[in-house]
Design a binder for this molecule. Sequence first.
Ligand SMILES: [Zn+2]
Length: 420
Amino acid sequence: MRLTCDVDVVNRLLPSHNLKKSGRSCHSQLSIGKKTGIQNKDGTVYLMICTVKDRNGTKFALRDNVEQIFGRFICEGKATIRIKDPPKDLCLSKGDPLQLKSFLNLVKVGAQGKDLGKVTLSSLSIPSAKKVEKPKTKLVILNRRDYPMTTNFPSSLEQLQVSKCSVKRVDSRILQLKHLQVLNLSENCLKELPDLMENLKNLRELNLSVNQLSHFPMVLCKPKLAEALSVLDISHNELTVLPPHLCLLRHLVHLKLDHNKLITLPVTIGRLSQLKFLTASHNELQCLPASFLRLQLESLDMFCNPFSAEEQTPSQDNVEFPTLMEITARAIKAKRLLYDEESLHGHLCQYLDSARTCWCGGYCFQCATRYVQKMDMCRISPNVTSVDLFGRKEAPVESYLCSQKCLQRFRSNPYAYWRK
Ligand SMILES: [Zn+2]
C-alpha cells in the first residue's frame, strides 16, 4: 500500500525544549510493509516515508506504536498520525481523499497488530527518484530545441508556455493536459485552433498573441471553455471581425485585441459584464457599437484607431414599415427563443445574429435608423488612454432606433437615452 502526498514530520518534544518546528511539508511517498530477507524474521509492519532528500526513507514501527489518528479533514486530503516512539506527528496534506482513507485504515489495523495477511503490503524498497519528485506544474519552452519530441508533457502541468517554436498547430498532447490553467502559445505560426481545445476545461488564461489567426477561434465560445476563460490575449494577429458569440465568454475579465485589423467590435460586447480591462489599440475601428457604453471597465486603451465615422442624425426614411420577416425575427429575439443551424437555415441564423438593439431595449434589423454621436470614453472607465496623439478621449458610437415612436422620443430629447 502506497500513498503520495505532502508530509510534515513534527517532533512533539521541540516545544518543551523551547524550539520551533521548521514547518515545511515535503512531497513524499508513504508505504506500509515489512522488511525483506533476513530482517523480516519478526514480521514487524512498518510505515516508511521517502522524500527526494531521503530516498532511503524513515521507518516507523506500527504495532502498538500509534497513539492517535486525526482524520477530521480526510475529505480535504489532510490527516495527522501521532506516533508514540519516537514522539513525532506525521502531518499529511494534499493527498487524494479516497486513497488517504484506505491508507489510514491500514495504519489502524497495523497498529492494532492484527493479521495483515490478506492485504498486499509494499516491499519497503527504495523508490525511484521520479516517484518522490514533486510533480511538475509549470513548464516554459522558448526554443524549438527544447520542445519535447519523444517524451510526453508532464500530466500534472498547470502552466505551460510554448513560444518562439514556429508551432503551426496545437499539439494533441497539450490537449490532454487536464489540469492546465494557463496556456501561453504566443509568438508562433498558429492559423487556427483545434476543436478538441474544448477539453481544457480548467483553462483560465490563454495567450495567442503574435500568431497568424485571421478568424476568431470559435472553439473558445464552446460552453466548457467559455465558462472558464478569464484572460484572453489575441493581440498581434490578423483578425478583421469578432463574432457576436464573443459575449458567451461571460467570465472574461481581461481582453487584449491590440494590433489586429478589426473594423468593428461585435454589437454584443456590452454583455461582457465581468470585463474590467480592454485594450484594442492599433486596429481599424471607425466607430463603436452602442452596447459598448454598457461596459464598466477599470482601464481602456483604444489608441491609434481611425475613428473616422462622422456624426449622423437619425432620419425618418427607414423606420416606416418593418417586413414580415423582420417582425418575426424581432419576436424571436424578444422572447429569447433558442435557435441554431439545426433548427433554422444558416442564413436565417446569421440574420438573427445581426440584430441591433434600440435604446428602448427592443431589437431591430433593416427597419431601423442609424445615428452616430461622439461619446466621451471616460463614461465607462476612469483610466482611458487617449484615442489619438492630440489627447482626445472621445469616439463615435453607432446607435439604432427601431420605430417612429423611438425616433420621436430621441428628437424631443437627444441625450436623454444616454443617461443611466
Ligand atoms: Zn426602440
